[in-house]
Design a protein around this ligand. Structure first.
Ligand code: TTP
Ligand code: MG
Length: 358
């Protein structure tokens, strides 16, 4: 039986929540992000996107592009609260919900009686009525195509991709639309004149492996409409983290430890609220040459205390050879377990494979 997958993704999520909470902001260019001089844009409203503002752009550049914008600090807790409500609505449709991020999920609706388009319209209606927000959805017979479809006509979009449309419909799309292709591979392909999926379809399997490494075959199959990844039902939280960009680059380890201690404290609280234990601790560094480095440590047992999280983060920092000065540091926890499964170390959660590091 052919599968039916829905991918949903909230529109301009953090910024839309801000506009809902303060209706005066509706219709205005709202930019949410770090408010230090080195901060970056988390996201912005579609009104701000008209000025060229984008996620991950330094705030000071956003301010040059959109000086009249409304700049707001990130309110994680509030977005998480709304995210839970969105997921409650999704769970009212089916248990087959795979959360991908705070604002994104796959649903397997293959066995439901209602047509997927009706299901999407019902979800959109509930999200609008109960939360005042819009989302975009894609419907298809696999995850890759459902996700591609959900981006088709954002915001408030709905797109169906059926088998007879593939691969024709994908051909004009730029290669960056293929999830899993990192920036470096895009650059390499652009250098040899490949910009669209249509052109990518001309490469052989060997050439795909050459350009994308071990994921080449997967990407080769996906752009031809083959993707058997199941929708994995799991906990909503895959990782929780905090990070900060410094006003001045630093090499001062005791300062970095103070920052990590603050993060460890916040993350301990977050774990506690969700009644979770974590097994993997990751420290992320960005150096002054804009290179990002992540170092993770997966422990033998699940942890949840401030002391344990802090000690592991310090251990990672102490073993990291600081090469240049640090402009950003982050701490995150992943590989979660429910508190009640604390003793069961085999209860490992499925972690979505990162196809390629950017
Ligand atoms: P996205 O779904 O990628 O973006 P979005 O919902 O803001 O906009 P779109 O309509 O294009 O889907 O990410 C969801 C939220 O995650 C986003 O609102 C803010 C946060 N985020 C960051 O903090 N940093 C980032 O670089 C990105 C891409 C997202
Ligand atoms: Mg979104």
């Amino acid at each position: 039986m052919q599968r039916l997958i829905i991918h949903v993704d909230m529109d301009a999520f953090f910024a839309s929540v801000e506009q809902m909470d303060n209706p005066k902001l509706k219709g205005k260019p709202v930019i949410v992000g770090g408010n230090s001089p080195r901060g970056v844009v988390s996201t912005c409203s579609y009104e701000a996107r008209k000025y060229g503002v984008r996620s991950a752009m330094p705030i000071f550049i956003a301010k040059q592009l959109c000086p009249g914008g409304i700049y707001l600090a990130v309110r994680h807790k509030r977005y998480e609260e709304i995210s839970h409500k969105v997921f409650d609505i999704l769970h009212s449709v089916t248990d087959m919900v795979e959360p991908v991020s705070i604002d994104e999920a796959y649903l397997d609706v293959s066995t439901l009686k209602d047509e997927p388009v009706e299901i999407v319209n019902m979800i959109k209606k509930k999200v609008k009525e109960l939360l005042g927000l819009t989302l975009s959805a894609g419907i298809s017979y696999n995850k890759f195509l459902a996700k591609t479809a959900s981006e088709w006509n954002k915001p408030d979009g709905l797109k169906v991709i059926t088998e007879d449309m593939v691969p024709e419909i994908l051909k004009p799309l730029p290669i960056k639309k293929v999830h899993g292709i990192g920036e470096k591979s895009i650059e390499k392909l652009n250098e040899i004149g490949i910009y669209t999926i249509g052109q990518l379809l001309n490469l052989t399997e060997d050439e795909m492996v050459y350009y994308f490494g071990k994921y080449g075959i997967e990407i080769y199959n996906r752009i031809r409409g083959y993707d058997n990844r199941p929708v994995c039902v799991e906990r909503e939280t895959k990782s929780i983290g905090r990070e900060t960009t410094f006003d001045n680059d630093t090499t001062d380890k005791s300062f970095l430890k103070a920052v990590l201690s603050d993060f460890a404290q916040e993350l301990t609280r977050a774990l506690d609220e969700e009644a979770l234990f974590a097994k993997t601790v990751t420290v992320k560094f960005k150096t002054d040459n804009f290179k990002t480095h992540t170092r993770s440590k997966t422990l033998k047992k699940y942890i949840n205390t401030y002391g344990e999280i802090k000690a592991t983060a310090f251990d990672i920092l102490d073993n990291y050879n600081i090469n240049g000065s640090i402009r950003l540091i982050g701490l995150s926890l992943s590989n979660f377990s429910d508190a009640r499964y604390e003793q069961l170390s085999f209860f490992d959660l499925h972690m979505d494979k990162q196809l390629e590091e950017g």
